[in-house]
Design a protein around this ligand. Structure first.
Ligand code: ZN
Length: 131
């Protein structure tokens, strides 16, 4: 049985980059909220020079997961960041996780992929708010 990605929390590297959240030595909380605005989960993120560290609360202990960043050059010369999946080392734009679990790419956890997410990264933005 496949789970839908919408049951997982998504972390989008392009969104982090656009917001300036990949700047080295930046630490912040990334919060997922319900439609009504209450907090579902917060992950503490520390941006490093070529990686991000994700601090995930697993029961009462914090687990630190380091995700390497790589950059590709686009057709117009701009640089585009990617996560390196901590599980399979593939280059991915979005990492997923369920609360209390580490992050991994879609392929690793064999998620069904809603077709509207295939081309663009639209629809995530409204659910991710900073505190
Ligand atoms: Zn993976």
């Amino acid at each position: 049985m496949k789970a839908l990605v919408t049951q997982f929390h998504a972390l989008n590297v392009t969104q982090l980059n656009r917001g300036g959240w990949l700047y080295p030595n930046t630490t912040y909380e990334w919060v997922w909220r319900t439609n009504k605005g209450s907090s579902i989960e917060a992950v503490q993120i520390t941006a490093l020079k070529s990686a991000v560290e994700l601090s995930i609360l697993v029961e009462s202990t914090r687990m630190l997961q380091r995700v390497s960043l790589i950059y590709s050059t686009g057709p117009h010369g701009g640089k585009r960041p990617w996560f390196t999946c901590p599980q399979c080392q593939r280059r991915v734009g979005i990492l997923y996780h369920a609360p209390f679990h580490p992050f991994f790419c879609r392929r690793y956890c064999n998620l069904a992929y809603p077709s509207q997410y295939q081309s663009r990264d639209q629809s995530y933005d409204r659910r991710h708010r900073m505190v």
